[in-house]
Design a protein around this ligand. Structure first.
Ligand code: HEM
Ligand SMILES: [Cu+2]
Length: 493
């Protein structure tokens, strides 16, 4: 293996730059979430517009500004490590950073100065019927277009990097597992690179039509075109809206493989079956978004049936991965460091979040929880306890590789428990409220019998927010203490 690779430091700094920016966005986003929940108790008076704008910005900032953005940022590091090869174009990876930043500035302006509050999914045609100005709709939509371009370029950069490392794309998408001579293949694609290839392709396929929809919406806001069929628009949105969750989940699975192999000191067990499951994900990922539209009775019934079956099938890659990671930990002399502790928590909640997701995906159960706080509970268990824990763990792994022993590992472990206890508390109060009929995105119309649970959730949210802030603090202090990286901004300039 070549020593002292020059490109390595550049990629590490780039990934750290993404992480530091995303961490700051998360620190603010969770505060907005807390304020939104507090406003539901009525403690700020009757402020529905404030609430809608808050959740809109919270959702977009936490999900895209933190989740997708840091998943992309850490991809560069893990892809480089697992392929043992430089990125195809570090300039493109930096351009993606700036596209997200530019998009994010537009989104923030739209909410802060234009009072946009159409929710982070802004389901068509809500952007045109709100309490906000038309220019706010244009800014918001344009901001999403910028992020969308960043996402398309991400897919392109991932696939080109894999090609440059001389692996076949078909093999990287999991189809290598079909080869009869699988075991003897000498240079099999490293398993930890596979999830990036799958989501890279998936995002290119899903984002192009979505970008078309966004441009249409901008033209409609400017009065150039008439309104379009709402059901069609919703299908295009969810065609993208579902797999964009995988833009966080799949990289996170890549981080899992990477960290597991490193701390177990051996390859993941069951590589062939795991790759087979990824081949399935490659095909199915782009065809199940309509499971968000079970309540749209104008939708053709076969689409509902297919969406349920397809969603069930995509549980397989998660289940196989959870199994093979756990088995690898079990049979190896596993080392427990900050990164692997975060990973273990993440693994547990990945399984649990999957179970509540299975309820959402099942038509006959979905009708009981559709648009309730159950759904909000499900995706916060996923986003906070399964995905963000692993993103933090991976961030710590990168950081310790970069700055050495200057991380306050003790504080990082305390932060983990603080945030996990807080997040378990408030998400489970949401599950109960959802089962009792509490509607999501509803300001001040939560029935009286649910308001006690809303109050109870607030201390848990405060604890979770503090846990997240401590994590971000541990990161920043490790960077500023170390003189390896002169200024964090140097990484992405
Ligand atoms: C301590 C951490 C967090 C708190 C206190 C929090 C709080 C909230 C609250 C109160 C809502 C509104 C729910 C409703 O009434 O319908 C919400 C929605 C949402 N949250 Fe969080 N959240 C946190 C973390 C996260 C994270 C890490 C993510 C994603 C990575 C996330 C993504 C979202 C999304 C996408 C929505 C939906 C927004 C919408 O309906 O437009 N949240 N959150
Ligand atoms: Cu979905």
């Amino acid at each position: 293996m070549m020593m002292n690779k020059e490109y390595e430091n550049e990629v590490k700094e780039l990934s750290i730059g993404y992480f530091l920016t995303g961490g700051l966005v998360l620190a603010i986003a969770v505060l907005l979430g807390l304020l939104a929940r507090m406003s539901q108790t009525g403690m700020f008076g009757n402020v529905p517009r404030f609430y809608y704008s808050l959740i809109t910005l919270h959702g977009m900032a936490a999900f895209v500004g933190w989740g997708c953005f840091t998943a992309i940022g850490l991809t560069w590091y893990v892809l480089m490590k697992s392929l043992d090869s430089p990125l195809h174009s570090i300039r493109l990876a930096k351009t993606i950073y700036w596209l997200f930043v530019a998009g994010f500035v537009l989104l923030v302006i739209s909410v802060l100065f234009g009072s946009f509050g159409g929710s982070w999914v802004f389901l068509y045609p809500i952007s045109f019927y709100g309490y906000w100005d038309t220019w706010a709709t244009v800014f918001w939509t344009l901001g999403v277009v910028f992020a969308g371009l960043g996402i398309i370029f991400y897919g392109v950069e991932v696939l080109l990097t894999i090609r440059q490392a001389e692996y076949s794309l078909l093999a990287a998408l999991g189809f290598e597992s079909f080869r009869k001579d699988f075991e003897p293949i000498e240079n099999r694609v490293p398993l930890s690179a596979v999830p990036f290839a799958v989501i890279g392709l998936g995002m290119i396929v899903a984002t192009v039509p979505f970008a078309g929809l966004l441009i249409y919406e901008i033209l409609q806001a400017l009065g150039i075109v008439e309104r379009m069929d709402a059901l069609l628009a919703k299908n295009i949105l969810w065609w993208f809206g579902h797999p964009v969750v995988y833009l966080i989940l799949f990289p996170v699975v890549g981080f899992f493989y990477y960290v597991t192999e490193k701390y177990a000191g051996r390859p993941i067990v069951g590589e062939r079956f795991t790759k087979l499951a990824w081949a399935l994900a490659t095909i199915v990922q782009n065809f199940i978004g309509a499971h968000h539209l079970y309540a749209d009775i104008a939708q053709k019934p076969w689409i509902h049936v297919w969406s349920q079956l397809g969603t069930y099938s995509i549980i397989i890659p998660s289940l196989i991965s959870i199994f093979s990671i756990t088995a690898t930990i079990y049979i190896s002399k596993f080392e427990w460091g900050v990164a692997s502790k975060y990973m273990f928590v993440s693994l547990t909640f990945w399984l649990l979040a999957g179970m509540s997701g299975w309820v959402n995906a099942t038509v006959s159960l979905n009708q009981h929880i559709h648009n309730t706080l159950w759904v909000v509970a499900h995706f916060h268990v996923m986003a906070l306890l399964a995905l963000s824990t692993m993103i933090f763990g991976m961030g710590y792994e990168l950081l310790s590789d970069y700055v050495g022993g200057e991380i306050n590992a003790d504080l990082a472990s305390k932060a983990l428990w603080t945030y996990v206890i807080g997040a378990i508390g408030f998400t489970h109060l949401w599950f109960i409220q959802g089962l009792w009929g509490g509607i999501r995105r509803s300001y001040a119309s939560t029935p009286d019998n649910l308001s006690l649970l809303t109050w109870l959730s607030i201390p848990f949210m405060i604890v979770a927010v503090i846990g997240i802030w401590i994590n971000v603090y541990v990161f920043y202090s490790a960077i500023f203490k170390s003189d390896t990286l002169k200024t964090p901004t140097a990484a992405i300039a």
